[in-house]
Design a protein around this ligand. Structure first.
Ligand code: ANZ
Ligand code: ZN
Length: 843
């Protein structure tokens, strides 16, 4: 009887949903388990085989937890606002909601065809007003607690998306989404004070179970450093404050640099005699990204401010002040003291501008120290610091500066406040209005949700204003404070908003009086296990931890951290069509003829497609046309096989190349398992020959699932089915029952069908109890012991591996042949070599 995956899979998917077996209950005596995957952005391209890898991985965990008796919440929803849908909508003159809903429907059916045990009764979407009502509500609370503010900002402006980007969205100087150039512009933006949580976001990493690489990335992103702020007197009369991590090198500060955007430049304009040159340089710098500006290797540029000088506060020496783009306005105080002897960038700059270089630390490799965090060496040319170690000098100079009132110790973070507004239509409206008389006012909470106005179609504005600005009827409103005329904020929230708290909504998705009830939050918090991509380690994880901490502070959430445990999956990769190895045989032949050798052919490909052509395996992407969609595969080989293959393809935490041909082995496992039904014996126990193997498999599969070693768990099941076959006696009911339950989290459909057909128990397979193993039986149970009499081999016995000395000797003496030989003789000595032999010495 051949296995019909099509009929079986749709049958069980329907049954599960009808019976609601995966619906979590908010009222249960069972222990809770909340498993979370990063909810998808439903893109127009549909799901490719890389997307469901994490869903299947945590599905295996969730299904196992249910079998272990937990009340499991495994939800899904849609991160549905976002630029691609908006850009598509603009291009095609349609509304982004329609296309987004279509994409959601497609994603949903693709995901459902894989039999993932999501609780569909809790499906949410960030674009639903019932959902974004609470996103807006959280914003209002942030505002009311002084954590949201509006500020003129030098922002990253994507020239193609016509939109402000957060620093995190600028990668290597270009827009993370579209790859276009990013420049600086000054705009008034809503900001969220994530910096106020910087220290707690570091400290509370202690409370959670995150992989070390994730922890490190979070810390690096926050970028805590310790040092001092120091005031330098200037000839202009203003004190120029700098931030340094090396106050010990103050005697070596031979010039200063301020960022081209530093406010003093305008203030000093009247005193500066080379203002034209300065302005020209400012304009140049504005066109560059922070990334370009701070690159160490880059040739240093700058302009000396003519007409203003500064005084080194410890040497009293007069030193020049420059502007240079290697100093960023957004970090520290936007000004530095330059110590060319001990800082690479200052060194390059000093060489170029012929500035004095004074060594103040001797004997230690300061450059290396910067990486190892342990500065060695002794202070020289440093007045009161001479002879001290770096650490001592830091402490002494900081004390000195504090005493004189010209400086103090300072902790700095690389983390910036979060630029929270976007000049786009397709996002949550920011629930604020502006009144000429009263300034910015929050709208009353009773008016939430503030819905996006309906439009047929719209265009972005070239001025960088949101398309909402043109919808005057929506924009014009009354001031909640004085009742006079006022205007709504026309910027919307970034996509990061809806994803910063979605896991809370799953706990109580239909509540319209609160983002979730107190009881639901108490019961389900925190998320027990959150799996997501490494690409979300810095931003999404930080943003959502920040919001959660804020909600904790105002008494909404019961725990300081949202996710107890975080894991990460590796990406599924595709073949690079521009790599020689992946060309068709005909294409290869043609190229070989043209270029003479493989190497030359590959060189030609590289010339045409760039460096990337050299990698045979790359990310799946529409532009490379190497995307594999799961739909056809599910149809052809079945969801269980696709699921098994996604888990078998390699280490879950590492990237792996997709190979459709590689699925065969997994389909074979399904077929062999299916065939077991044909030879079931009546026995209600595991046969002695297989007992150890079964107990070992229960242990191994269970432990492997916990450590995300799904591939070796499946290999264990493959080996076990081989053994069952080799045993040659068919399979007992108990063996089939246990095997079915072990396979169920990976291949839920076929196991349900066998469970039902062979009547292996009441209810569905997914409602049973996870098999238990006996630790003792997982050891290689029996070992062979040679039995000698006076050093001569007389017999062999099989004993349990862990049997003690006394018992083994007793068993040896009791063996039939030995017992016969021994009768009437006195034993003078008994020798036992553990695990090997017993020698009985008689008189
Ligand atoms: C003097 C000095 C001597 C410095 C030395 C370093 C080494 P982190 O560790 O990243 O916090 N700096 C300060 N503000 C800056 C800005 N806005 N743009 C660019 N650079 C800035 O880096 C702090 C160090 O980077 C500071 O310490 C300062 O240079 C520079 F041997 O001051 B240091
Ligand atoms: Zn007003």
């Amino acid at each position: 009887m051949k296995y019909d995956h099509r009929a079986t899979e749709s049958k069980w998917q329907k049954k599960w949903e009808e019976k609601g077996v995966f619906h979590a209950s908010n009222e249960s005596d069972k222990e809770k388990f909340f498993a979370l995957i990063e909810f998808p952005y439903p893109s127009g391209a549909g799901l490719h085989v890389g997307h469901p890898r994490p869903y299947i991985g945590l599905d295996v965990v969730a299904r196992k937890r249910r079998l272990q008796g937990y009340n499991v919440l495994y939800p899904i929803g849609w991160d549905a606002f976002g630029l691609p849908a908006e850009n598509y909508a603009i291009k095609n003159h349609v509304h982004p909601e329609g296309i987004t809903r279509q994409n959601i429907a497609r994603y949903k059916s693709q995901i459902q065809s894989l039999g993932i045990s999501f609780d569909w009764s809790r499906e949410i979407s960030t674009i639903d007003p019932e959902y974004y009502k609470w996103t807006q509500w959280i914003f209002l609370q942030l505002y009311k607690h002084g954590l949201a503010y509006k500020k003129e900002m030098n922002v990253n402006w994507c020239t193609s998306c016509k939109c402000v980007l957060a620093n995190e969205e600028v990668v290597n100087g270009v827009c993370e989404r579209c790859g276009s150039e990013v420049v600086h512009r000054v705009k008034s933006q809503w900001m969220l004070k994530i910096t106020e949580y910087a220290q707690r976001l570091i400290d509370d990493l202690k409370l959670v179970d995150y992989p070390e690489r994730v922890r490190t990335q979070q810390k690096n992103w926050i970028g805590r450093s310790t040092g001092a702020e120091v005031d330098f007197e200037t000839s202009a009369g203003d004190k120029l404050t700098i931030y340094t991590t090396r106050p010990d090198t103050l005697y070596g500060a031979t010039y200063m640099v301020i960022s081209p955007e530093h406010p003093y430049i305008e203030k000093w304009a009247g005193k500066l005699t080379n203002m034209d040159e300065v302005r020209e340089y400012q304009a140049q710098a504005a066109r560059k990204s922070d990334f370009e500006r701070t690159e160490v290797a880059k040739e240093k540029t700058g302009v000396r401010l003519q007409g203003v000088t500064a005084i080194n506060p410890v040497t009293g020496g007069e030193i020049p002040v420059f502007i240079s783009d290697y100093v960023l306005v957004s970090y520290g105080t936007g000004a530095i003291m330059a110590v060319p002897a001990h800082d690479d960038r200052d060194w390059d700059f000093a060489k170029k501008f012929r500035l004095p270089i004074i060594e103040v630390v001797k004997g230690g490799d300061v450059q290396e120290a910067a990486f190892t965090d342990c500065e060695t060496g002794v202070m020289v040319n440093s007045g009161i610091l001479d002879g001290l170690s770096v650490e001592e000098a830091k402490a002494k100079i900081t004390g000195f500066l504090e005493e004189k009132g010209i400086g103090h110790a300072k902790v700095n973070y690389k983390l910036r406040d979060w630029v929270f507004s976007r000049q786009r239509y397709w996002g949550e409206p920011i629930p604020m209005v502006y009144c000429e008389k009263c300034g910015w006012q929050p709208i009353p909470e009773s008016e939430l949700p503030l819905k996006l106005p309906q439009v047929e179609s719209y265009e972005p504005t070239d001025t960088g204003e949101s398309p909402l600005a043109k919808m005057t009827e929506w924009v014009n409103t009354t001031c909640p404070c004085c009742g006079g005329p006022a205007k709504r904020e026309t910027d919307t929230m970034p996509q990061w908003a809806g994803s910063s708290w979605y896991f809370l909504r799953y706990m109580d998705p239909h509540n319209d009086g609160a983002l979730a009830s107190k009881e639901a939050l108490e019961y389900w918090s925190p998320v027990d296990w959150y799996n997501g991509g490494m690409e979300h380690t810095t931003l999404h994880l930080l943003y959502s931890r920040f919001w959660h901490k804020f909600l904790y502070d105002i008494g909404v959430t019961p725990t300081p951290e949202p996710y107890a445990k975080r894991t990460s999956h590796g990406m599924i990769l595709g073949l690079n069509p521009h790599n020689f190895q992946n060309l068709t045989a005909a294409e290869q032949k043609k190229m070989l003829e043209e270029y003479g050798s493989r190497e030359k052919a590959q060189e030609a490909l590289r010339e045409q497609y760039g460096e990337m052509a050299d990698h045979p395996i790359v990310k799946m992407s529409k532009s490379l046309n190497n995307v594999v969609n799961p739909d056809g595969l599910v149809e052809e080989v079945g969801a269980d096989t696709v699921r098994l293959y996604e888990m078998f393809i390699g280490d879950f935490e590492k990237a792996a190349p997709w190979s459709t041909a590689g699925m065969k082995g997994c389909r074979r496992l399904v077929d062999r398992y299916w065939a077991l039904q044909e030879n079931v014996t009546g026995s209600d126990s595991i046969s002695p020959e297989l007992e150890a193997s079964f107990h070992k498999a229960i242990k191994k599969v269970g432990e492997d699932i916990e450590t995300l070693k799904f591939n070796t768990a499946i290999a264990t099941l493959m080996a076990l089915i081989n053994e069952i076959g080799q045993n040659g006696k068919g399979i007992t009911r108990e063996e089939l029952r246990v095997f079915t339950l072990l396979l169920n989290p990976f291949a839920p459909h076929v196991t349900e069908e066998v469970w039902e057909a062979c009547k292996l128990g009441g209810g569905m397979a997914c409602e049973q109890a996870w098999p238990k193993y006996d630790e003792a039986k997982t050891k290689d149970s029996m070992i062979e012991i040679v039995v000698q009499i006076k050093g001569k081999v007389r017999s062999r016995i099989n004993v349990p591996a862990d049997m003690g000395k006394e018992e083994v000797i007793a068993a040896a003496k009791a063996e039939e042949k030995i017992a016969a030989e021994l009768s009437g003789k006195d034993i003078v000595k008994e020798i036992y070599v553990p695990g090997k032999l017993v020698n009985l010495v008689t008189k």
